[in-house]
Design a protein. Sequence first.
Length: 104
Amino acid sequence: GKYHRGTDKPDSRLNKFPSMSRYNKPQSWEAARKYQEVADKHGLTLTQMALQFVNSRTFLTANIIGATSVKQLKENIDSIHVELSNECLKDIERVHESIPNPAP
């Protein structure tokens, strides 16, 4: 959400690593915007929603988190206490159906 809210910093991943440019294209931005709307609607941060979605997959063997600050690390770890409602999962699925591969 930091890129959409304009709170990103020069050392944020997309700004620091040009090799990640596929995540900086219009389709990726649109998907991120739609997922941010879902998170906002359900009172979650985008990070909490994304990590809990990954953790809720039955096939998951590991969830690799990435944090560049203690604040981000706390948010990542605290996501284990988040429950995604059926409505939230349906909203996530609708975004996925509209943009199934945002960063080819």
